[in-house]
Design a protein around this ligand. Sequence first.
Ligand SMILES: [Fe+2]
Length: 166
Amino acid sequence: MVNLTPTMAPTQAYLDTLLLYYEEEIEGEAYFQALADVAKKPDHRNKLHLLAKVERHAASATLPLVLKYRLRPRSDAELLSSGQVQARMTNEPWESLLADMALTYPGYIEDFLRLETMAPPEDLPRLRLLTAHETVAIAFLDLEISGAPDSAAPLEAYLKEDIIWE
Ligand SMILES: [Fe+2]
C-alpha cells in the first residue's frame, strides 16, 4: 500500500530553530549541573540535578529529529563549556534564581509552541515532550516558591516519560 499522505517539507526556519533549541537543552543541562556542583544545600543540589536531568531528557526527546534532518549541533564540549560559563555568571541566592526562572520560562513555552506550529505533523510527539519539559519546570517553580514539600514531583514524573526512539 502506498502512503499518499502528503508530508510537509520542513522550512529552514523550522530546522534552524529545532537545532538551536536542541543545543540550548544540552547547554541547559551543563548549566544546572554546574549550579548543582556549587550549591551549598543538599536540597538545592538535588533539585538542580533534577533540572539538569530534565534538560537532558528534553534533549534526548529531540535528538532523533536532529538526526533525521542531519542537523549539525555544536560539539558537546562547546555546549558544555557555554552552559558552564552561563552558570558562573549566575551568582544568585536560591530564591532570586527561582524568581528569575519563573519570570523567564513562560516565554520559553511560547517559543516551543511556535516551533510546534512550524513542524511537520510527524515531529509533533517529540516536540510536545520538549514543550512539556518547560511546563513541568514551571510547575516545579510554582510549588518550590510556595514552599510545597513535594515540589520536585512534576520533574520526577517527566523523567519517567518514555522517549520515542525510531
Ligand atoms: Fe530546557
